[in-house]
Ligand binder design. Structure first.
Ligand code: DQA
Length: 143
């Protein structure tokens, strides 16, 4: 199984960015955790991050025919981007929405997710572990 993990804006600042909300794990630590977990559950994984909405759309489109599952944390674009929603719908690849923080217990605007409609599951507020849980879900691994 081939999984693509896609991270949106400011997730490259993990570890530095609002550590009380997002924790102290750095982005490169997160990439390592994801790669180690992929080895453990026997899937191949590629990890992508961009601060640009169109680049995220391009990356989702590039998954078509090549990827079996998408784990996506669109960052702030979660709450604004119809383009990312449409890209996920266009490729029709099973996808899981991940948020490090619990978006439903923060500001009102974070409760709205456009991408959710194209995802099979949302994992929110489980910290960076949420990415690993999303991989397990896509791979059909019992948690
Ligand atoms: C986030 C939550 C979003 O509201 C925020 O804009 C982010 C990160 C999370 O992982 O908790 O950038 O997606």
């Amino acid at each position: 199984m081939r999984i693509k993990v896609i991270n949106g804006p400011n997730l490259n600042m993990l570890g530095v960015r609002e550590p009380d909300i997002y924790g102290r794990t750095t982005y490169s630590d997160l990439v390592e955790l994801i790669k180690e977990h992929a080895l453990k559950i026997g899937v191949s994984v590629d990890v992508f991050q961009s601060n640009h909405e169109g680049d995220l759309v391009d990356e989702i489109q590039a998954c078509y025919g090549l990827v079996d599952g998408i784990v996506i944390n669109p960052g702030a674009y979660t709450h604004t981007s119809v383009a990312i929603l449409d890209a996920l719908k266009a490729v029709s690849i099973p996808a899981v929405e991940v948020h490090i923080s619990d978006v439903d217990s923060r500001e009102e605007f974070r409760k709205i997710s456009y991408v959710r409609a194209a995802c099979q599951k949302t994992i929110s507020g489980h910290g960076v572990k949420g990415y690993l849980e999303a991989m397990d879900f896509l791979a059909g691994v019992d948690q």
